[in-house]
Design a protein around this ligand. Structure first.
Ligand code: 4AD
Ligand code: MG
Length: 431
């Protein structure tokens, strides 16, 4: 009799006969012994088929297996210190489910376009699996952080009648006879939610029709957006550093094997604890202009600027108090210096760029009206948003963390295309 298990579970079946549904990752043979590298998504195990110990049928079935063929394998689990997982299986039975022919992704090198066209198969590779496991752990850690700190999950709509961040990147669709847009950010709705429940967060897909083809931009990406009533900028920054530290430490604790597969230098991640350095936009401009850049005050930073600043620190760094001109309409001006706003971007170390954008929000109804006019936003469309300032307005702050850029940073990946199962990018909608 055999017990059905998955590869992750073999450690509790040492010495027993188990049955596992799996695929062939790779195979080698020494004539009298075949070594099957098997995977089932939960892990990897080597199945050893010894010619003198199995029937001819089993031996031939093992021989027929090709890369990515599927099977039920039966065998005895053994401890094997030389194997990466610590276990091995002596195969006693094979039930071939499907023999694969001409699997397109072979152990040799493939170009990025080829791999992206075969993303549905590429996901089976060891590296891509590791990225997805880390992504899932990041999501778990994010939820855990907010769920255990008095935040309530609220889901903003995906279909929206107006812009949240700026009109240039809106994804236009028809909503029966009306125009609608895919959400760029749930923030405005989360402000309403915070006025109802105090501390809230959302976690869902957001869309930006950005014509930028960079290693940091996706058209569809996931954002976590906490919003907090009675919280000003400084307190929000403290939440952000605790939050990001929690997420990084949680991956370090729970994804050791995956980080090893990804060859991630974890010493860099281990430093992400405690408080993070902060510099103002003014200080950032000065730093850049002293370090070979030429950025006039009032200009936004690009990737090279962010990287130069980030390289100066071994933790994420906050850049605060940007000029109002280059930031979103809802950000509260600094009362001492109204040309800058109470905002902060968090820049990840090692050149991974901005992972969080956040701010304290305007709570004064008169100033909000002025901003609508300046930004040519129709006050009709934002009537409901004005109501939040009209009925019991309070100081409040929030921020948005981009999941995919966070995954890229923690996994040490060059490009966000590998951080999401099926990336939506400029000119790529398949598969
Ligand atoms: O800085 P952003 O635009 O901020 C907002 O949307 C605010 N409404 C958030 C808030 O205060 N509730 O975007 C937040 C983060 C960025 O820091 C970045 O990590 C990510 O979202 N992001 C993208 N990630 C991948 N592809 C894109 N095209 C992204 N655009 C933004
Ligand atoms: Mg931003």
């Amino acid at each position: 009799m055999s017990t059905k298990t998955d590869i992750r579970g073999v450690s509790s079946h040492v010495g027993e006969t188990v049955k596992i549904g799996c695929w062939v990752n790779n195979k080698r043979s020494s004539g009298k012994i075949q070594f099957l590298q098997l995977r089932d998504g939960t892990g990897y195990i080597q199945g050893v088929v010894v010619k003198s110990e199995v029937s001819e049928e089993i031996w031939n079935d093992a021989k027929s297996l090709t890369q990515e063929s599927s099977l039920y394998v039966t065998g005895i689990v053994r401890e094997e210190p030389r194997s990466k997982s610590g276990y091995e299986m002596t195969v006693t039975g094979i039930e071939v489910l499907h023999l694969t022919e001409d699997y397109p992704i072979t152990p040799k090198e493939h170009g990025v376009d080829f791999l992206m066209d075969h993303r549905h198969l590429w996901l089976r590779s060891t590296k891509q699996r590791a990225v997805m496991v880390v992504r899932a752990q990041i999501v778990r850690a994010i939820r855990e952080f907010f769920d255990t700190r008095g935040f309530t999950l609220m889901d903003p709509p995906i279909l929206t009648p107006s812009s949240a961040e700026g009109t240039t990147e809106l994804f236009h669709i028809k909503y029966f006879d009306e125009d609608a847009y895919l959400t760029q950010s749930g923030q405005l709705y989360m402000e309403a939610a915070a006025m109802a429940l105090g501390k809230v967060y959302s976690f869902g897909p957001t869309f930006r029709a950005e014509k930028s083809k960079t290693r940091r931009h996706l058209i569809e990406f996931w954002m976590i957006e906490p919003e907090m009533a009675f919280v000003e900028l400084e307190e929000s920054l403290e939440v952000q550093e605790q939050f990001v530290s929690h997420v990084v430490q949680s991956v370090l604790d729970n994804c050791k094997a995956e980080l090893e597969t990804l060859e991630r230098d974890v010493s860099k991640l281990e430093q992400v604890t405690g408080s993070f350095p902060r510099i103002t936009y003014d200080e950032a401009i000065e730093f850049l202009n002293n370090n070979g850049f030429d950025v006039p005050w009032g200009e936004d930073f690009g990737a090279p600027h962010e990287t130069a600043i980030a390289n100066h620190y071994d933790k994420p760094v906050f850049i605060t108090h940007y000029p109002a001109e280059i930031k979103a309409f809802y950000m509260k001006p600094d009362p001492n210096r109204p040309e800058v706003v109470l905002c902060a971007d968090m820049i990840a170390p090692e050149g991974y760029g901005e992972i969080i954008g956040g701010s304290q929000r305007i709570d004064d109804p008169k100033l909000m009206e002025e901003r609508f006019a300046q930004h040519e936003l129709s006050s009709d469309a934002y009537q409901w948003y004005m109501d939040l300032r009209k009925y019991g307005s309070v100081p409040h702050s929030g921020f948005g963390l981009g999941l995919e850029r966070t995954v890229a940073w923690i996994c040490g990946l060059d490009h966000v295309r590998e951080t999401i199962p099926f990336p939506r990018m400029l000119y790529r909608l398949y598969p």
